[in-house]
Design a protein around this ligand. Structure first.
Ligand SMILES: [Zn+2]
Length: 177
């Protein structure tokens, strides 16, 4: 008993420390743990079926664009388009689209010249696979201008669109560079 009385002065600091520890434990208890992120299991093995499907998904390359152009148009006999520049294939698809907007989806545009026909100007873009002619004289007169303007608008500055009038009326489209 004498011991306790003698060291009574220690009671205050001990209580203070105990209180501090208590507060600390309380804060700790309230500390929410950061939720642990569990990534969902990713299937990294393909089924045979998925693999086969992947093999059949060929990218839509420039060759396909060219084939699509040939499919969506008719070509006058003798028209040579096989070496057409890829940008011209893409432009051709846009041109077909313009014809369809004005004349309906059933209209099949006719390409009347590519890199062929000996009577273009000697330095013509036709001989550089950078020009194409489309038939336009079968389009109702009041719709020709709509088509020509829409095509020039769609193709932009990389292409020149010429509505050649006269006896051999046609639509000439060439790359400007
Ligand atoms: Zn031409």
């Amino acid at each position: 008993m004498q011991f306790f009385v003698k060291h009574l002065y220690l009671l205050a600091p001990v209580l203070a420390i105990a209180a501090l520890i208590g507060v600390y434990m309380l804060i700790k208890a309230n500390d929410r743990p950061i939720p642990h992120y569990e990534p969902k299991e990713v299937e990294d093995t393909w089924s045979a079926e998925e693999y086969m499907r992947h093999l059949n998904l060929k990218p839509f390359n420039q060759r396909e664009v060219h084939r699509l152009l040939l499919k969506r148009t008719r070509q006058k006999p003798g028209v040579y388009l096989e070496s057409l520049l890829p940008a011209m294939d893409t432009a051709g698809i846009e041109i077909v689209h313009c014809f369809h907007v004005v004349l309906g989806d059933d209209y099949v545009p006719v390409i009347t010249s590519g890199n062929d026909y000996p009577y273009h100007m000697p330095n013509s873009k036709h001989y550089k696979n950078a020009a194409m002619d489309f038939r336009i004289n079968d389009v109702p007169m009041n719709k020709r201008r709509d088509i020509v303007e829409m095509i020039q608008d769609k193709l932009g500055e990389r292409f020149r669109v010429l509505w050649e009038k006269g006896e051999m009326e046609h639509l000439h489209v060439e790359m400007t560079e």
